[in-house]
Design a protein around this ligand. Sequence first.
Ligand SMILES: *Cc1c(COP(=O)(O)O)cnc(C)c1O
Length: 365
Amino acid sequence: MKYPLASPDITAEDIAAVTAVLKTGMLVQGPVVAALEQSFCSYTGAAHAVAVSNGTATMHLALKLLGIGPGDEVVVPALSYVATANVVELVGAKPVFVDVEERTFNMDVEQLETALTPATKALLPVHEFGLCCDIANIHKIAVAHQLPLIEDAACALGATQHGVFAGTTGLMGSFSLHPRKSITSGEGGVLQTPDEGIATKLRQLRNHGIEMVNGQMDFVEAGFNYRMTDYQAALANSQMQRIAQTLIKKRQLSEVYFNEIKNPAITLPFVPQGHDHTWQTFHVLLPEDLDRPAVIAKLRAKGIGANYGAQCIPATTYYARKYDQDAATLYPNAWRAYTCGLAIPLYEKLTPADLQYIAAAINQL
Ligand SMILES: *Cc1c(COP(=O)(O)O)cnc(C)c1O
């Protein structure tokens, strides 16, 4: 495939940073993980950042730390990557789905209010595809109902809404460092929090529940091993040094699609005023009467790795079996994105000419 859907930019400096750690022979969590955490705090302004083994682990830790379990409900958007709901299932709680807005693909705040019940124990909105959800108003609801707010900012490192970075409004903000996200460590995740006590607890939970008392190791929780290795952190931290330029480049590339995709059947993404998108995914909507698998096959024949965007989670097999909801009726906007959405390539290594080629192929659909 000439233009895969995603491809991380790994520079010579990135490789040198990783090999430098490998040469020390000290591979597990150590000073480079701490340096990566510091880079997150410097970039987003968060007080504390805790790096772990992947993005799903960050949210699992967050829910564990809050003591959420059987009988509890956590509100999540109906459209996301399944991990957002899976972590709720993993702690034995119930994900309560809320439809997304038609144009932003983010949680509909008015519907969020109606989803709250006495069993609601946390809000877990997503900044879908790298566009901030209406986090200011979701935060107001969280405060009014005294609910902890966890942001799934997996796709949104560097996204802002009126200057506020994704992952800095809630009690915790979660990032993924998978190769399809703003920066990568291969696999990795980072959890930010303004609360020092929570940060300490998260560090303990990621490392077997260890607490050092008078230089002695004690185990005060049944913790996990969710540590990141230092050589993974070296890759991510090297990429972190140029993230601002990376995102500027992606935003410039996105303009090529906005200027060049002229097919009236294609609905382009919507970016509300005051938002900076990360363009983790450039996600367009096809008309309902266009055969999506045929579109994908046509684009692939031209070397373009288009694919589906995100899941309407309650419609996936596990959730459909367990909760048996009529997802298409209950969550029409998530359903529309799930059935008619198309992700097309947009990443740092592409040139404006590459995007013109892809746009031309889309215009010919
Ligand atoms: C990628 C992603 C995750 C999962 O992150 P991993 O690092 O792959 O575990 C969770 N939520 C959303 C919205 C994502 O896009």
